[in-house]
Design a protein around this ligand. Structure first.
Ligand SMILES: Cc1cc2nc3c(=O)[nH]c(=O)nc-3n(C[C@H](O)[C@H](O)[C@H](O)COP(=O)(O)OP(=O)(O)OC[C@H]3O[C@@H](n4cnc5c(N)ncnc54)[C@H](O)[C@@H]3O)c2cc1C
Length: 499
């Protein structure tokens, strides 16, 4: 019943190299947005930054190009300077100066964000966190890790693995994204179903505020009920309330046994049936439940030259288990697959615990985003939808865009009700843009879903925030922003609607 096809290992590629070939239009030309009342950068400012940082950590001219364009090439800023601090004190000095001079800033992590939040809209000063990459302490007893915010997720994962721990989140962009970027976007990823989101795992943060002051909210404990939990303001606020410079993260013990099943299904109803059965039969060892539709799998296998162990099904699912006893876990997984097949819920599948085979299966899921970009311009939506209507939006959008699109596909973290909807076209066009927006958000809102499940609001979605937040909530968010950043220098034009 279970196939065990040998698969080829393909090395991870840097997420930055994933981008499509074309350089996008400047954001200010593509979208109706007006520059705020900020000062423009001058030579004196550059000299001042060079007095805070060494000269080679102040990038200007063409060295700033890649920091001005986002990963999906949907936006392009025109910043003339990128600053690369190494310490919290340097970040503080930079922000203090920008605050005094009324210069807008944008904090940037690995620049893998998918909502246009990580790059300037106009000429904001980019503060790249890439050199703030020190892991300060890993406590193997408590599982608490303290590090600077610019540590690349995969590096953090390797470091904690050596101490028998794992980072409680895993994303396709792990080779490039920073843990500080993850915190600032409240990234979800492939194992949220098991480990919860970062509001639970992040125990403390240190952040530089808009006036340059350093706010120390670090904590070494899971339990700390000393008044308002201010750390939460920095988790998911996308650099609009402060620059996260350090964090304390709780890392769970690494599982002794990891098993993976990749299965084919005939309908979305069977996807739901399989999810329900998996929850019942795999219980506490279930660590990931992903759904991939046929166009998404076709894209990753053809565009990234991957092989899928099974083919030609309308839907595929990945079930991962993580536990402490391989025999027990394997038996549970095999029983689940046997029962699901007997009930005709799944029609085909493979199960494995061989690391290379598991990596190959994950690769076919994790490289979908890259493969869609290789096909052309990709409108990407990351929404939460009720499971009963989860996949309907793919059909609705397909019908709406018709032949304008090369492909409309849906995949995602079905275990968390999180759909990644993608519309791939030859190139960006206002016509297609208007066909899909606000349609996708209206559709989501009618089903009481969320217009951003995990990627955030960034530059692309502030005007649609009202589809998911009440006027009272938006007003309170604006008041908080105004209290913490009255000059609005931190990541302007992002997260909150302008008026
Ligand atoms: C292939 C691929 C797969 C992905 N899969 C997932 C997924 O499964 N789940 C998911 O949630 N996301 C996913 N993403 C989106 C993205 O990787 C995440 O949003 C990630 O958390 C961004 O981290 P980053 O370091 O690249 O941040 P950036 O893209 O650099 O920045 C993102 C936002 O955070 C702000 N920011 C960054 N660092 C800081 C800081 N230190 N202090 C304050 N603000 C800061 C920026 O200003 C920006 O608003 C994926 C992206 C790609 C390309």
């Amino acid at each position: 019943m279970l196939l065990t096809k040998q698969l080829k290992i393909i090395n991870r590629v840097s997420a930055r190299a994933f981008s499509a070939k074309e350089v996008p239009q400047f954001t200010k030309d593509r979208y109706p947005v007006k520059r705020g009342n900020y000062n423009a950068l001058n030579d004196h400012d550059i000299s001042h930054f060079e007095s805070i940082l060494e000269k080679h950590r102040v990038l200007t001219g063409s060295d700033t190009d890649m920091y001005n364009i986002d990963w999906i090439k949907s936006v392009r800023g025109a910043s003339n300077v990128v600053l690369k601090p190494k310490t919290t004190e340097e970040v503080s000095e930079i922000v203090k100066y920008c605050h005094a001079q009324k210069l807008a800033v944008v904090p940037q992590g690995g620049n893998t964000g998918l909502v246009g939040g990580s790059v300037p809209v106009f000429d904001e000063v980019v503060i790249s966190m890439s050199l703030m990459n020190k892991i300060e302490h890993i406590d193997e007893y408590s599982g608490i890790v303290r590090c600077q915010s610019g540590v690349v997720l995969e590096k953090l994962e390797s470091a904690v693995n050596e101490k028998g721990l794992i980072v409680p989140l895993d994303l396709g962009s792990k080779g490039t994204c920073h843990i500080g970027g993850n915190v600032s976007t409240n990234a979800g990823g492939l194992r949220l179903i098991r480990y919860g989101n970062l509001h639970g795992s992040v125990l403390g943060v240190e952040a530089v505020l808009a006036n340059g002051k350093i706010l120390n909210l670090m904590s070494n404990f899971k339990k700390d009920n000393t008044g308002y939990h201010l750390k939460h303001l920095f988790i998911g606020s996308e650099g609009s309330l402060g620059i996260v410079t350090k964090l304390a993260l709780h890392c769970p013990t690494a599982p002794n046994a990891v098993n993976l099943a990749f299965v084919g299904l005939e309908s979305f109803q069977q996807v739901l049936n399989a999810f329900l059965l998996a929850k019942k039969e795999l219980g506490e060892i279930l660590s990931s439940v992903e759904m991939i539709d046929e166009p998404s799998l076709m894209a990753s296998t053809t565009m990234c030259n991957l092989q899928s162990p099974i083919q030609k099904y309308p839907f595929y699912m990945i079930f991962e288990t993580s536990g402490s006893n391989d025999e027990h876990d394997k038996e549970k997984l095999n029983n689940f697959l046997k029962n699901a097949m007997e009930k005709s819920i799944i029609v085909d599948g493979v199960a494995t615990n061989e690391p290379s085979k598991m990596r190959n299966i994950w690769e076919s899921r994790e490289r979908i985003a890259e493969s869609l970009l290789k096909m052309g311009y990709c409108f990407k939506y990351d929404i939460s939808l009720p499971l009963s209507n989860f996949y309907d939006i793919v059909g609705a959008v397909r019908e709406r865009v018709g032949s304008h699109a090369k492909l409309v596909s849906g995949y995602g973290h079905v275990g968390d009700s999180n759909m990644h909807l993608n519309i791939v076209c030859e190139k960006f066009s206002q016509e297609i843009y208007k066909l899909v927006e606000p349609f996708v958000f209206e559709y989501t809102s009618k089903l009481k879903g969320s217009i951003s499940a995990e990627h955030g609001i960034g530059f692309h979605k502030p005007k649609y925030l009202h589809y998911s937040k009440s006027p009272e909530a938006i007003e309170l968010m604006k008041q908080i922003k105004n209290l913490m950043d009255p000059e609005n220098i931190l990541n302007p034009y992002k997260v909150l609607p302008l008026s």
